[in-house]
Write a new protein. Structure first.
Length: 616
């Protein structure tokens, strides 16, 4: 037989954590809801976190349980600390959204850490305006005022039973029944919230337990990644991400302190590395694509000065991972991590090259995704940036032609000197074909339209054909940018290397999606569409005339297998840099090059074994 008295006590105690912290629970729940509604992104289809109300109840209830277990004299002070922290973080988070169209991110926290008191004062004087106060932040300020007024008038005593009678039995039947009903509601909501929130809690644990910033970023590529739906959780994640980045930065700084260059022949006076974005050979006319997307590169190849490589892959299908392996002297399979080794621009600087880095992606900015933070933190850290680069651009551009203007300005200001007596390493990092494709080319340079694909791709809807046309237009525009970079060195003693960071899918075959699939197991289709990349080396006529042996070695190597994690070793050879960090077995132009080195994608899958299995 059921013990109704015991059940009643259980139900009443289920409500006890909220009863003892009623005012706190009410205002913090309201704060969480308001913050979610006022920070909905300004994009089509954006909405609040679908499990907001249940998960917020669960989180606040558990917090109230902890508070309820504390002695009343301590509880009020701990509660006050929570009030101050949660309100303050909410104001900062909403302010960031209003001013930068983004809630708290690791980069924002990093920028704050690098801001001195005068800069902070000037920033607040400029940006803390009336429209901010009377906008979304005004709702939070209004909440704070109401919270303070109600607390000061001790109205909380009307919704919370007096602390002096917390352990007394309630003798009024109506109140006992009402409390039991509230307790039952709490149990139902807790069970319901626990079930619906379980996945997000597990995903949050995975996100916040990554061993390095790369693992954290990769966790965010999962389709069902953690939803950091509260300002305080976004702050906690930003702190955690920065702490992980700091660990790798410290290793890189230590590696930089031990950079050793024994000698330098300055074999190639001017080395230009162009890093593109999101392009596989299957959308390059130069590699047999059906649409004329790369006519200028084809024309360069026909002159004999541009040599196309036939079998090149990236180690990852994420820009940030590729950059870490590309810039580090570490290659996949070596002992240790990428951050245990020097970065190749450091070796070039120590060897006497002037190193210029022109990027259209990796400049620190408030509204920055974790992917950009992860890819750029080791480039933007002040100490590491100084160790790697003599010159950098200072702003991002809507289109990649802005980088050409940056370079021309540096050249006109004589910050860069390109001549027979100069030694330059110039790195162009393009936005390329990064999604959204329709934003990656000028509208007056639209070559392809959706109707052009009706017969070629009848399997696609009209909207998908439009996306495909936009992508190919971006590839065509990228062709013009790359060609203009080459043209700037056409009459110099220079060598230009082009490689995208990774491939990209745009409704390839029957796969039916765009961009990249980060969480799935790698099969051959994914490998060839998302990891295989176009790669070529162009030598100016002057360069070929003076170094025909290098041009010949390039042509002999064009069909060798290559993974771009080892490119730094080839760059050191082209510069004639002698260093313990250089290994000829990783240099594709060296007679000692190890072509049979396994090309391991994402640290898990052998690309060449996939090819063999596919063709068996």
């Amino acid at each position: 037989m059921l013990n109704l008295g015991l059940i009643g006590n259980i139900l009443r105690w289920a409500f006890e954590p909220i009863r003892r912290n009623a005012l706190f629970f009410f205002f913090m729940y309201l704060l969480g809801v308001v913050c979610n509604w006022v920070t909905i992104p300004h994009t089509d289809g954006a909405h609040i976190y679908e499990n907001l109300y249940l998960e917020l109840f669960l989180d606040l209830y558990l917090l109230c349980v902890i508070l309820a277990l504390l002695p009343p004299s301590i509880r009020k002070w701990i509660r006050l600390i929570f009030y101050i922290v949660l309100y303050a973080v909410a104001i900062i988070d909403v302010y960031c959204f209003v001013k930068f169209d983004s809630t708290l991110t690791p980069t924002m926290l990093l920028l704050v850490g690098e801001t001195n008191s005068n800069e902070a004062k000037e920033f607040l004087q400029t940006h803390l305006t009336a429209d901010i106060i009377f906008g979304p932040i005004g709702w939070i300020l209004l909440m704070i005022a109401a919270n303070v007024v109600i607390g000061s008038l001790k109205r909380s005593e009307n919704s919370e039973i007096s602390e002096n009678s917390e352990n007394s039995e309630n003798s009024e039947p109506f109140k006992r029944i009402a409390t039991a009903i509230m307790g039952l509601a709490c149990i139902v909501l807790l069970v319901w919230g626990g079930i619906t929130s379980a996945h997000n809690k597990e995903a949050t644990w995975t996100l916040m337990s990554g061993k390095n910033i790369g693992e954290v970023e990769h966790a965010l590529t999962n389709k069902d990644h953690a939803q950091l739906y509260l300002p305080i959780s976004r702050l906690a994640f930003s702190i955690y991400a920065n702490s992980l980045a700091t660990q790798q930065i410290n290793k890189l700084i230590e590696a930089a302190d031990h950079v050793q260059v024994d000698s330098c022949q300055h074999r190639s006076p001017n080395i230009i590395l162009i890093i593109g974005e999101s392009l596989g050979p299957h959308h390059s006319q130069q590699y047999g694509y059906m649409m004329p997307t790369t006519p200028r590169q084809i024309a360069r190849e026909e002159t004999g000065y541009l040599t196309k490589f036939s079998d090149v892959v990236a180690p990852w299908n994420l820009t940030s991972f590729v950059f870490k392996y590309l810039f580090s002297m570490h290659v996949v399979g070596q002992e240790g991590e990428w951050c245990d080794y020097p970065l190749f621009p450091e070796l070039f600087r120590k060897a006497g090259y002037q190193v210029t880095f022109l990027t259209n992606q990796f400049l620190p900015k408030a509204k920055e995704a974790v992917y950009d933070f992860s890819g750029g933190f080791f480039l933007n850290n002040p100490q590491l940036s100084k160790a790697q680069f003599d010159l950098r651009n200072k702003q991002l551009h809507t289109l990649d032609e802005g980088l050409l203007e940056d370079y021309d300005q540096m050249l006109n200001n004589k910050q860069i000197t390109v001549s027979d007596s100069s030694s330059n390493l110039i790195i162009f990092h393009l936005m390329g074909q990064h999604v959204a494709y329709q934003l990656r080319y000028p509208k007056n340079q639209k070559v392809f339209q959706a109707k052009d694909y009706r017969e070629i791709r009848p399997d696609l809807t009209g909207n998908k054909r439009k996306i495909l046309a936009d992508y190919d237009n971006a590839v065509h525009y990228n062709d013009s940018i790359v060609d203009q970079i080459i043209e700037r060195f056409a009459h110099e003693d220079a060598i230009v290397i082009y490689m995208p960071d990774h491939g990209e899918e745009c409704f390839e075959g029957k796969r039916g999606f765009i961009c990249r699939n980060h969480s799935a197991k790698i099969d051959y289709d994914m490998a060839r569409f998302e990891f295989a990349i176009p790669f070529w080396i162009w030598c100016s006529p002057t360069y070929v005339n003076r170094r025909p042996e290098i041009q010949e070695s390039i042509k002999q190597a064009k069909d060798n297998r290559l993974m771009t994690d080892a490119l730094a070793h080839t760059l050191l050879y082209l510069a004639g840099i002698s260093s313990p960090d250089y290994h000829a077995s990783y240099d594709i132009l060296s007679p000692q090059y190890n072509e049979m080195r396994p090309r391991i994608l994402k640290g898990t899958t052998d690309y060449d074994q996939l090819k063999i299995s596919e063709h068996e």
